[in-house]
Design a protein around this ligand. Sequence first.
Ligand code: 5CA
Length: 439
Amino acid sequence: MRLSRYFMPTLREAPADAQIVSHQLMLRAGMIRQEAAGIYAWLPLGLRVLKKIEQVVREEMDRAGAIEVLLPTLQLADLWRESGRYDDYGDEMLRIKDRHDRDLLYGPTAEEVITEIFRAYVKSYKDLPKNFYNIQWKFRDERRPRFGVMRGREFLMKDAYSFDIDEAAARKSYNRMFLAYLNIYARLGLKAIPVKADPGPIGGDLSHEFIILADTGESEVFAHGDLVNMGAPGPDIDWDGDLEPMVTQRSRLYAASDEMHDAARFEAEVPADKRMTARGIEVGHIFYFGEKYSKPMKALVTGPDGKDAPIHGGSYGVGVSRLVGGIIEASHDEAGIIWPDAVAPFGAAVVNLRPGAAEVDAVAEQAYQALSGLGVDPVLDDRDDRPGAKFASLDLVGIPWQLIVGPKGVAEGMVEIKRRATGDRQTLPLDEALKAIAG
Ligand code: 5CA
């Protein structure tokens, strides 16, 4: 991609109504445009980041044995009448009528849809466990959409749904998601704390939220400090093995969000110097709810004893679009966004300081092609602009590396590289620069 032909409408100032830094930076970096309250168009740079986050989520879900599907955004109200949630869901549900006067809704979540699919095909315990996931837009008519993509009305969620023969098996599915989530957030460069949570309208009796720490977060968390620094389990887990010890190690330390917080227990269980109280952003939420949907919707399977029984279900959400804002809250400086390499819109920018000068153009082009070949996903900054303006906009949008090609360096056979996160600069021959960037 050449920046001279791209669309990256950066702004010098953030619009006054953007209250938090991630919202300000997303607008200034030209990532999103508000179309209505809580509804955004994703501009090219924002879309690239969204797709990269989506891909990390997809890879970790696949690794943990979940199977991808794509469910529709519009759902039939009748399905929600079966589960009993149509009336309960209230004003957050966007209700729509089609030309035949049938009640539809824009899905805020998809327990009913996936349960309907499951019951149509799966009849035997031999076909269990199953876990289906869906990366799709949701709509919740939030009372107070705010903070940009952080609390939108239309937002991208990864939702997964597990089906098991009994509670013990369902617990294993829950554990897989618990650990897969920690790996997802770690790959995104985030420290996420699993906290005991209130299941709310999804229902059930076992639930954890995953919270990343940020002062602007809407949730308050109370946690044992050691939990914050406990690393993710990493990809080499035996997903079919006993995951309980790894989950227990993380869930036995005190951690709760405001609704579930028990001040007396916090003080009894956590030594004073380890008590951490902070604000955070909920970037995921997992639930075990047993027969809550399978019973009213008659999602039954035949067990080894030949009897039909409702399956035990769980659901598992990741706020994919919210994560774009969450990562920025966790990783920025005065100059702009600092993307972790895994989700940066481009892995590197080759900055041509003198577009039109034949030798400079040639080296910049060579560097660009080489980085493409190395899988870095680079962009070529061939804009006819002042160097200072180019550097400022690349810093603002957070490209992790700049490889700078100018007339003086080219004459000496050298280029300069700059790492966005640290500001470190080095002057090197091109092949060494490429190696430094490609890692
Ligand atoms: N059915 C379950 C799990 S699939 C569910 O809907 N869970 S949820 O309500 O907790 O949502 C899952 C995740 O979506 C949340 O953890 C949050 O990260 C994200 N999310 C929820 N509401 C919004 C919103 N209005 N804007 C952006 N992200 C949201």
